[in-house]
Design a protein around this ligand. Structure first.
Ligand code: PRX
Length: 656
C-alpha cells in the first residue's frame, strides 16, 4: 500500500524551531539511541521526567518475561510527582484545572489548591481504613473531584479502578467484585447534556446484586444536591468528612512496580479484563508522551475531551498534564449541548492551545456544522490553537482534512495517536515538530517503541504488506498483568504463536511502501470500536443470552458506520417463533434496553435481526464472516457449501 493523498503537510517552521523534539534528525537520533541501548534510553528519561524517593539502580528485569519489571528497586509516589513537585518548582499559584460544568459554570483550581484537596481526600480515605494496596472503585462524573479521587488513591498507594459513568449497575458490580474493592467513591448524580444520571442509586443497585461484600463504605460527593437513598454507616457524605481532614498528607512511597490502577477493558471473551498498570513506568510514559506528542509548554492550555472512565482520561487528564505542571481544561458535558458549537466556544473562551479529541466527535460535529451554520467552527475564534490530536479509532481522511482546515485553520499539525488501554500511552504517533503528516496514518512509532507488522508466524513483513501489529520489545508503561488472571495476560498478549516474545496489540496494520508510515486497519479479534468505545462481541452476546426468557442464541458482529466508525449488529434466535413486523420491532427495542441494563447504553445494538437459526457449519460453529457480510448488506460471495442451513442467510438479511 502507498498513500494516495499527495498533499504535503509539513510541520510549521516556528513549531519545529521551538519543539521539545525538533526536526526529523532529532527524532532519528532518539530512535537510534533507544535502539542501541534501550535500558540506557529509558533509564535516562525516567531520571529526567520522574522524581524518585529512592533512585532505581536497575532499569529492566526481564527474568520472568512477559511479566516485565521496570525500575523495580526505585520508590516514588505519583501524586507527589503530579502536585508537590510542581509546587516546589514555584508553580503553586499556577492554574492546574479549568473546570467547565455542563451548564457552563467555570471553576479554577491552582496546583496548591489541588494538592490540598488531594491531601484532605487522601486523609479521608485513610480515616476509613483504606491502606496501601487496597482497591477503590471510582464512579464519579467528569469533575475536579474525579481527578482528586484518583490522585488521592495514588497518594496513599491505594489502587484505583475508575468505572465510566455510562456503565450499568451490573457492569459496575462486576468490576467492584473482580477488584475486591473496599470502598466506592461516587456522587449523588451526574449531569451531562442537561440529563441527570442517578450515580448513587446505581451504586446501591450494584452492591445489592451481591458479590461486593468487601465494600465497607461508599463515599458520596455532592453534585446536584438532590436527595438520594442513604444507608449509614456504610454511606458517608464526602464534603463533611473531607473538609474536616488535615490539609497535608505525607505521600506513601511505593515501589515502582506497585499497581497504580486497574482499568477494565473489553477483550475477545465475555468477561472484561482488569488491565493493571505499574506506578513508575506508567507515570514516565504519561509525562514523556504529553511533552513530546503534545509539545506541552508552560504557557499551553491543554484540553483532552475524554472521560476519566477511559484510559485516555487517565493518562492525558489525571496524570500526564499534571506531571508536567500544565494547565488543562476538564469538561463535564457533551460536545452537542447546549449546541454542537460547545467545543469551539470552549476553545475560544479558555484560549485552548492543544486540543485532543476522538474522530467520532469530529464526525458528528461535521454533520452538525453542515446542517446548522451557526455551530460551524469558522464562527468561532480558534486562533489560540496550535496542535490538534486524535485518538481511539482510525480517523478517515475526510474527517482529518476537515479537522485540519476548519478547526486548525490549516496551521495546526494533527497528531493521530495510536495506543490502547494496555499500552498506557502513545505508541505510534506523529510528533508535531517532526513529522510530515498523511491523513489517516498514525505515522511512526514513538521513540523507543519497536512496533512492527508481522505474519501469523511472527515473521516481519515487507512494507506495503498488511499484517498483524506487534511490539517487539517491552516498554515502561506496558500492561503488567490482567488482575487476578496472569494466564489470560500471557495468552492474550504474548501468545505462543509469536514465540511468546512479541506483544500482540490485537490490531492489523500496514506500513506505507515508501515512508514506512503505519496505518491501522482495525481489530483482528472479536473487539468492536463503536464511537471510540471498545466493545467485545462476546460480551454483548453474553448479555443477550442472559435474557433467558426470550433469547435462545445470539451472535454479534460489527459493520461500518459513517458516524460511529463501527455499529453493533446482533443476530438473535428467540425461544419463540421468529417475530416479524411490529412484533419484531417491539422485541428488538426490549432487547436493546436489556443490553443497556446489563452493560450500559454504549453497548446497545444498532441493528437486531431475528432468525429461526444462525448460519453454522456442520460441526456447529457460527460462521461470523458470513454474518459480517449480511450485516454490511453485501452480496454473499463466500463459499457457503459447508453451511448446514444456507436458507437462513436470506432470513437474517431482513431488517426488523
Ligand atoms: O483498535 C485500536 C483503536 O482502539 C483500540 C484501543 O482501544 P482502547 O483500549 O479503548 O483505547 C482507546 C484509547 C487509546 C486499539 O486497539 N485505536 C486507538 N487509537 C487509534 C485506534 N485505531 C486507529 N487509530 C488510532 N489512532
Amino acid at each position: 500500500m502507498t498513500h494516495t493523498d499527495t498533499r504535503r503537510y509539513l510541520p510549521p517552521e516556528d513549531l519545529v524551531r521551538n519543539a521539545h523534539v525538533s526536526g526529523r534528525a532529532a527524532y532519528d537520533a532518539l530512535v537510534a539511541e533507544a535502539e542501541a541501548d534501550p535500558q540506557g534510553y529509558w533509564g535516562r528519561l525516567a531520571r529526567e521526567f520522574v522524581s524518585w524517593k529512592k533512585p532505581f539502580t536497575r532499569v529492566l528485569d526481564d527474568s520472568e518475561a512477559p511479566f516485565f519489571k521496570w525500575f523495580d528497586d526505585g520508590t516514588l509516589n505519583a501524586s507527589y510527582n503530579c502536585l508537590d513537585r510542581n509546587i516546589e518548582r514555584g508553580l503553586g499559584r499556577k492554574t492546574a484545572i479549568i473546570f467547565e460544568a455542563d451548564d457552563g459554570r467555570v471553576t479554577r483550581v491552582t496546583y496548591a489548591e489541588l494538592l490540598e484537596r488531594v491531601c484532605r481526600t487522601a486523609n479521608a480515605l485513610k480515616s476509613l481504613g483504606v491502606a496501601k494496596g487496597d482497591r477503590v472503585v471510582i464512579y464519579l462524573p467528569m469533575s475536579i473531584e474525579g481527578v482528586v479521587a484518583m490522585q488521592a488513591c495514588a497518594r496513599i498507594g491505594a489502587i484505583h479502578s475508575v468505572v465510566f459513568g455510562g456503565f450499568s449497575a451490573q457492569a459496575l458490580r462486576d468490576r467492584i467484585a473482580d477488584t475486591g474493592a473496599v470502598l466506592v467513591m461516587t456522587a449523588d448524580q451526574q449531569v451531562r447534556g442537561g440529563k441527570v444520571l442517578p450515580l448513587k442509586t446505581i451504586v446501591d443497585e450494584a452492591l445489592a446484586l451481591g458479590g461486593c461484600e468487601r465494600v465497607r463504605h461508599v463515599l458520596v460527593a455532592r453534585r446536584t444536591g438532590a436527595p438520594v437513598p442513604f444507608q449509614a454507616p456504610r454511606d458517608i457524605w464526602a464534603p463533611a468528612l473531607v473538609d474536616a481532614q488535615p490539609a497535608t498528607c505525607e505521600p506513601e512511597w511505593v515501589e515502582a512496580e506497585h499497581p497504580l490502577f486497574l482499568l477494565y477493558t473489553s477483550g475477545s471473551t465475555g468477561k472484561p479484563k482488569g488491565v493493571q498498570h505499574a506506578t513508575g513506568g506508567y507515570l514516565l510514559h504519561a509525562a514523556l508522551t504529553c511533552q513530546w506528542t503534545f509539545d506541552l509548554k508552560p504557557e499551553d492550555v491543554f484540553w483532552c475531551t475524554a472521560d476519566i472512565g477511559w484510559v485516555t482520561g487517565h493518562t492525558y487528564i489525571a496524570y500526564g498534564p499534571l506531571a508536567l505542571g500544565a494547565t488543562q481544561v476538564v469538561f463535564e458535558g457533551v460536545p452537542t449541548y447546549p449546541d454542537a458549537g460547545r467545543f469551539w466556544k470552549m476553545i475560544e473562551d479558555h484560549l485552548v492551545t492543544v486540543f485532543y479529541t476522538a474522530p467520532t466527535a469530529i464526525r458528528s460535529l461535521i454533520k452538525a456544522a453542515e446542517a446548522t451554520p451557526s455551530v460551524h467552527p469558522r464562527r468561532y475564534d480558534l486562533s489560540s490553537l496550535r496542535i490538534l490530536g486524535s485518538v481511539g479509532e482510525p480517523i478517515n481522511p475526510a474527517a482529518w482534512t476537515w479537522y485540519h482546515e476548519q478547526v486548525g485553520g490549516g496551521r495546526c499539525p494533527i497528531v493521530d495517536t495510536f495506543w490502547q488501554t494496555e499500552t498506557g500511552g502513545h505508541m505510534i504517533t506523529p510528533l508535531p515538530g517532526v513529522t510530515e503528516l498523511v491523513p489517516g496514518s498514525c505515522t511512526l512509532p514513538f521513540p523507543g517503541i519497536s512496533a512492527a507488522v508481522v505474519d501469523e508466524t511472527g515473521q516481519e513483513l515487507p512494507w506495503g504488506q498488511g499484517g498483524i501489529l506487534v511490539v517487539k520489545k517491552p516498554w515502561p508503561s506496558m500492561i503488567r498483568t490482567i488482575w487476578g488472571d496472569p494466564g489470560r495476560f500471557k495468552s492474550s498478549y504474548f501468545p505462543e504463536d509469536f514465540k511468546g516474545r512479541y506483544y500482540l496489540a490485537g490490531d492489523g496494520a500496514v506500513r506505507d511502501a515508501r515512508t514506512g508510515y503505519f496505518t491501522i486497519t482495525g481489530r483482528i479479534d472479536d473487539v468492536l470500536n463503536v464511537s471510540g468505545h471498545r466493545m467485545g462481541t462476546m460480551e454483548i452476546e453474553s448479555a443477550l443470552v442472559a435474557c433467558t426468557e426470550l433469547v435462545a442464541e445470539a451472535a454479534v458482529v460489527g459493520r461500518a458506520d459513517e458516524t460511529t466508525g463501527e455499529a453493533i449488529c446482533a443476530f438473535v434466535v428467540l425461544k419463540r417463533p421468529r417475530p416479524t413486523g411490529e412484533e419484531a420491532r417491539k422485541i428488538a427495542a426490549e432487547l436493546r434496553e436489556w443490553v443497556a441494563r446489563e452493560i450500559g447504553p454504549i453497548a446497545k445494538p444498532k441493528d437486531i435481526r431475528f432468525g429461526d437459526n444462525l448460519p453454522k457449519t456442520r460441526s456447529g460453529k457460527i460462521m461470523r464472516r458470513l454474518l459480517r457480510s449480511v450485516a454490511q448488506g453485501e452480496a454473499i460471495t463466500q463459499d457457503t457449501s459447508t453451511l448446514e442451513n444456507p436458507a437462513i442467510l436470506a432470513q437474517l438479511a431482513e431488517r426488523s
